[in-house]
Design a protein around this ligand. Structure first.
Ligand SMILES: [Zn+2]
Length: 132
Protein backbone atom coordinates (compact mmCIF):
# COMPACT_ATOMS: atom_id res chain seq x y z
CA UNK A 1 0.00 0.00 0.00
CA UNK A 2 1.30 3.41 -0.86
CA UNK A 3 0.16 6.71 0.57
CA UNK A 4 0.03 10.15 -1.03
CA UNK A 5 3.56 10.92 0.16
CA UNK A 6 4.93 7.76 -1.49
CA UNK A 7 3.10 8.54 -4.74
CA UNK A 8 4.44 12.08 -4.70
CA UNK A 9 7.93 10.71 -4.19
CA UNK A 10 7.45 8.29 -7.09
CA UNK A 11 6.19 11.05 -9.42
CA UNK A 12 9.15 13.23 -8.45
CA UNK A 13 11.66 10.51 -9.37
CA UNK A 14 9.74 9.66 -12.57
CA UNK A 15 9.86 13.31 -13.69
CA UNK A 16 13.61 13.46 -13.00
CA UNK A 17 14.24 10.15 -14.83
CA UNK A 18 12.11 11.28 -17.80
CA UNK A 19 14.18 14.46 -18.23
CA UNK A 20 17.42 12.46 -18.18
CA UNK A 21 16.04 9.85 -20.58
CA UNK A 22 15.43 12.72 -23.02
CA UNK A 23 19.11 13.66 -22.71
CA UNK A 24 18.53 16.75 -20.56
CA UNK A 25 20.75 17.25 -17.53
CA UNK A 26 18.49 19.06 -15.11
CA UNK A 27 18.81 20.22 -11.52
CA UNK A 28 15.99 20.64 -9.01
CA UNK A 29 14.80 24.18 -8.30
CA UNK A 30 12.35 25.19 -5.60
CA UNK A 31 9.16 26.73 -7.01
CA UNK A 32 8.74 28.83 -3.87
CA UNK A 33 12.16 30.40 -3.15
CA UNK A 34 13.88 29.63 -6.50
CA UNK A 35 16.84 27.87 -4.79
CA UNK A 36 18.59 25.32 -7.02
CA UNK A 37 20.16 22.39 -5.23
CA UNK A 38 21.99 19.13 -5.73
CA UNK A 39 21.64 16.19 -5.01
CA UNK A 40 17.96 15.78 -6.01
CA UNK A 41 15.63 15.48 -3.03
CA UNK A 42 11.91 15.76 -2.48
CA UNK A 43 11.88 18.98 -0.42
CA UNK A 44 13.75 22.26 -0.78
CA UNK A 45 16.74 22.29 1.61
CA UNK A 46 16.27 26.04 2.20
CA UNK A 47 12.52 26.50 2.79
CA UNK A 48 11.22 22.93 2.99
CA UNK A 49 8.71 23.30 0.14
CA UNK A 50 7.70 20.10 -1.71
CA UNK A 51 7.05 22.12 -4.90
CA UNK A 52 10.13 21.33 -6.98
CA UNK A 53 10.72 22.02 -10.67
CA UNK A 54 13.56 20.73 -12.82
CA UNK A 55 15.54 23.28 -14.78
CA UNK A 56 18.35 22.93 -17.29
CA UNK A 57 21.32 25.06 -16.16
CA UNK A 58 23.19 27.42 -18.45
CA UNK A 59 26.34 25.72 -19.70
CA UNK A 60 29.26 25.59 -19.45
CA UNK A 61 30.08 24.67 -15.87
CA UNK A 62 33.71 24.87 -14.73
CA UNK A 63 35.84 22.21 -13.06
CA UNK A 64 36.15 23.17 -9.39
CA UNK A 65 38.21 20.21 -8.19
CA UNK A 66 38.90 16.67 -9.34
CA UNK A 67 40.70 13.42 -8.67
CA UNK A 68 41.99 10.71 -10.98
CA UNK A 69 41.59 7.08 -10.03
CA UNK A 70 44.31 4.97 -11.63
CA UNK A 71 43.92 1.25 -11.92
CA UNK A 72 45.53 -1.54 -13.82
CA UNK A 73 44.09 -2.04 -17.27
CA UNK A 74 42.84 -5.57 -17.90
CA UNK A 75 42.96 -6.37 -21.60
CA UNK A 76 40.57 -3.90 -23.27
CA UNK A 77 38.07 -3.73 -20.44
CA UNK A 78 37.43 -0.15 -19.51
CA UNK A 79 39.71 2.80 -19.02
CA UNK A 80 42.98 2.59 -17.11
CA UNK A 81 42.10 5.78 -15.26
CA UNK A 82 38.90 7.62 -14.50
CA UNK A 83 38.43 11.23 -13.47
CA UNK A 84 35.70 12.46 -11.16
CA UNK A 85 35.24 15.90 -9.73
CA UNK A 86 33.03 18.78 -8.77
CA UNK A 87 31.88 21.15 -11.47
CA UNK A 88 30.52 24.57 -10.54
CA UNK A 89 27.55 26.22 -12.21
CA UNK A 90 27.24 29.96 -12.76
CA UNK A 91 25.33 30.39 -9.48
CA UNK A 92 27.94 28.49 -7.45
CA UNK A 93 26.03 25.20 -7.26
CA UNK A 94 28.52 22.31 -7.38
CA UNK A 95 27.83 18.85 -8.82
CA UNK A 96 29.90 15.71 -8.27
CA UNK A 97 30.22 14.01 -11.64
CA UNK A 98 32.33 12.00 -14.06
CA UNK A 99 34.78 13.94 -16.22
CA UNK A 100 36.19 12.76 -19.55
CA UNK A 101 38.78 14.18 -21.95
CA UNK A 102 39.77 16.87 -19.44
CA UNK A 103 43.50 17.70 -19.48
CA UNK A 104 44.71 16.49 -16.08
CA UNK A 105 47.53 19.06 -15.97
CA UNK A 106 45.16 22.02 -16.48
CA UNK A 107 41.83 20.69 -15.25
CA UNK A 108 40.84 23.38 -12.74
CA UNK A 109 38.63 25.97 -14.41
CA UNK A 110 38.09 23.95 -17.58
CA UNK A 111 34.72 24.79 -19.17
CA UNK A 112 32.65 21.60 -19.39
CA UNK A 113 29.13 20.56 -20.31
CA UNK A 114 27.18 17.33 -19.85
CA UNK A 115 27.12 14.69 -22.56
CA UNK A 116 24.54 11.89 -22.33
CA UNK A 117 25.78 8.34 -22.77
CA UNK A 118 23.27 5.54 -23.38
CA UNK A 119 24.06 2.47 -21.27
CA UNK A 120 22.25 -0.76 -20.43
CA UNK A 121 21.14 0.97 -17.23
CA UNK A 122 19.80 4.08 -18.96
CA UNK A 123 21.31 7.49 -19.62
CA UNK A 124 24.51 8.36 -17.77
CA UNK A 125 26.01 11.84 -18.06
CA UNK A 126 29.70 12.62 -18.24
CA UNK A 127 31.08 16.14 -18.40
CA UNK A 128 33.44 16.90 -21.27
CA UNK A 129 35.34 20.05 -22.27
CA UNK A 130 33.39 22.59 -24.29
CA UNK A 131 34.86 22.98 -27.76
CA UNK A 132 34.80 26.62 -28.79
ZN1 LIG B 1 12.65 26.72 -1.30
Amino acid sequence: MTGDADQGEQRYHERFAAERAEGRFVVPQCSECRTRFWHPRRHCPKCGSPRIDFVEPTWPAHVYTYTVNHRAKKDDQGPGATMIGYVELDDGLRLLTNLEHVDEEHAIGTAVSPEPHITDDGVVFVFVPVVS
